[in-house]
Design a protein around this ligand. Structure first.
Ligand SMILES: [Zn+2]
Length: 364
């Protein structure tokens, strides 16, 4: 914990992390690390984060000073849980096994939300509400490493944790309208330079705040930023199982909103011919992702190819509505463009095309 002489401990942790990062660049060690994660058992049982306690889901990569040497050995069966409760600072994500140390730290940790606010959501103007803050992993290195270590407890497979400098982190922050106290409740990370046009590397809403549609808010922000940057892409693959579920819902809702809003070419049957390129351009979801989710939704019939290689599909609007109802999705916009700080991430001062009139067409 960065508090008095605890600073040295934290400094040591950083050195350890750097060491690990160096090892990580070596191919063989990289593989060992993957194997290690496969073989490792869950080694921390619960975390105490501010005033909430919840279970860890996956093996942690906290240093051996925390989880013990044995937890890191993958020869034979590991020792299982070595830390019953790990105390995490809800501001800086510093950690400790000792309650007294943690309490002392929390009392004086005044870590404000780092980085810059890039997006305000909903009632934020009235003092409370949600906002998204961008943090440079190369500037707030220790913070981002601590956040990543915490996140690893709930993420299965990502190996981006040691070298955080190549990433930006987008924190989802809740501000209490009563006390104006802020709380980070999730984030997504994004490569500063992605050769695959990934608009997101990993995403996590901390468990106590899950199932409230906040993942969709972060996904929406990641797409809105990518659109501002003029980059068409998607989340880094492979996506975890939990991520897949979330994205399926997000993509499905985005596409359904657009499809139900667009005027039909064949009004009688409620079936419109659309090509996937158009859906993709309108929703900013990559064509492959559009097609895969449309198939999963079970709302399309193949309609051959249009001019050249453009894949065309026939969409049954009634089935879209049924899917939306079955998934209990709202179709209101998740992200509001006016919530972004002026000019944020806009690469060129190109006037964006006016959104097409999106009043719902309620034909049968
Ligand atoms: Zn702290």
């Amino acid at each position: 914990m960065p508090n008095g002489d605890d600073k040295t401990t934290n400094h040591k942790n950083v050195e350890k992390l750097k060491e690990n990062a160096k090892e990580g660049r070596d191919g063989k060690k990289e593989k060992e690390k993957d194997d290690r994660d496969k073989d490792l058992e869950r080694n921390i049982d619960s975390v105490i984060f501010g005033d909430v306690t919840f279970k860890a889901w996956y093996p942690s990569w906290y240093p051996k000073e925390i989880i013990g040497e044995k937890a890191l050995s993958c020869e034979g069966k590991g020792p299982g849980i070595t830390v019953k409760e790990l105390y995490i600072c809800r501001r800086c994500f510093g950690y400790s096994k000792a309650l007294v140390e943690w309490v002392r730290h929390c009392r004086c940790c005044e870590r404000e939300v780092p980085g810059t606010k890039v997006y305000s959501h909903g009632a934020e103007g009235e003092g409370g509400g949600w906002s998204v803050w961008e943090v440079d992993g190369g500037v707030e290195t220790l913070f981002c490493q601590s956040l990543s270590l915490f996140a690893k407890l709930f993420l299965d497979n990502k190996s981006v944790f040691f070298d955080v400098s190549g990433f930006n982190y987008f924190l989802l922050v809740h501000t209490s309208p009563r006390t104006l106290e802020t709380q980070i409740i999730g984030f997504f990370s994004k490569e500063k330079m992605s050769w695959d046009n990934n608009n997101l590397a990993c995403i996590l809403i901390f468990p106590p705040w899950q199932r409230k549609g906040l993942g969709a808010l972060l996904m929406g922000v990641s797409y809105a930023i990518a659109k501002r940057e003029g980059i068409m892409g998607g989340p880094e693959k492979p996506i975890s199982d939990l991520g897949k579920k979330g994205y399926k819902r997000y993509w499905g809702a985005e596409i359904a909103r657009w499809l139900l809003g667009v005027r039909d070419t064949d009004r009688k049957k409620g079936k419109g011919m659309v090509d996937v390129e158009r859906i993709s351009k309108e929703t900013w979801i990559a064509p492959d992702d559009c097609l895969s989710v449309l198939r999963e939704m079970g709302v399309v019939e193949k309609a051959g190819r249009g001019k050249g290689t453009v894949e065309r599909v026939r969409v049954d609007k009634q089935r879209v509505r049924e899917w939306v109802a079955k998934e209990k999705l709202g179709l209101e916009r998740v992200v509001h463009e006016e919530g972004f700080m002026e000019g944020y991430a806009l690469k060129e001062v190109e006037a964006e095309e006016e959104e097409a009139d999106e009043e719902e067409v309620d034909e049968e």
